[in-house]
Design a protein around this ligand. Sequence first.
Ligand SMILES: C[S@@+](CC[C@H](N)C(=O)[O-])C[C@H]1O[C@@H](n2cnc3c(N)ncnc32)[C@H](O)[C@@H]1O
Length: 280
Amino acid sequence: MRISPLAIAQPPHFSAHFANTSAHGLRLKNPAQDQLWHDTEFFSPSSFFHQLLEQLKQLPPGTPIYSMACSTGEEPLSLAMILVSQFGREAASKYKITAVDIGKQAIEQAKSGVVTVNHTERRNADAALAGSSTGDNTLMSFLEPLTRRDYRPALRPRINNVTSETLQLQPWFANLVSQMVTFSVGDVRQVLSNNPIDSSKPCVFLFRNAWHYLPDKDRTTLLQQLKQQMAPGSIIGIGHLEHERSGEYATRERVSTAELIERAGFTPMSKKNATLFQKK
Ligand SMILES: C[S@@+](CC[C@H](N)C(=O)[O-])C[C@H]1O[C@@H](n2cnc3c(N)ncnc32)[C@H](O)[C@@H]1O
């Protein structure tokens, strides 16, 4: 089951968000609305974060990171945790994570510092953080039980029917996050036109499990921008949904996103179902 953005137990069907247009497939009916699926989890999957950390270690310290379609913030927060675990608290003054999502409510929640966590997320996080150079980090060394009184129901009160725990960032970590992560509402299709990437150094551009929201021509335009703007050595990260070749996520894609990324000159960093691609 997917999580409804508005805490409705049963989300509307996928097709409710799309108008069937032409041979080009489905077009997002109203991308500005908040009726998008904001499913996301901490360290999901932990193998992705392991692999990404290995790449970040090879890239210059302070490599800029884009977390597009960041939803309620679990991806940029996972990155912040892994960077702090690996490089210590000084990571906050080096690394900048630009986190953007089209959903206003999702970004509001991300900014609140209140999160919901289930067992899988804890397990994944602990696995991803275990190998850190600074020792025995776990998810709970960054989070603590919620004490705020102004808490309003989260966008993710339940995950896969499992009641999740409501937590908040520990104050020291919230302070680092405020230095490292900038959350804003935006459309990935405009972000790089309005604020081009600094082409003088490599960067990491994550846009995971959201390419299916873009019509084909927008996927192509975004990839052209990335090809032009990203310096050699830069990395694009995608999600598992970008490899779905059947079912609702694949219906509008004649060419997979992974294939388009390769065609744009990025090399897959693993043999099968790569989720990281590097510009040579
Ligand atoms: C399934 S969630 C993926 C969240 C996260 N990237 C992950 O993989 O865990 C999809 C997210 O994409 C966002 N989204 C959809 N179209 C977008 C666009 N054009 N620009 C920015 N965000 C978008 C939605 O609001 C939603 O939060």
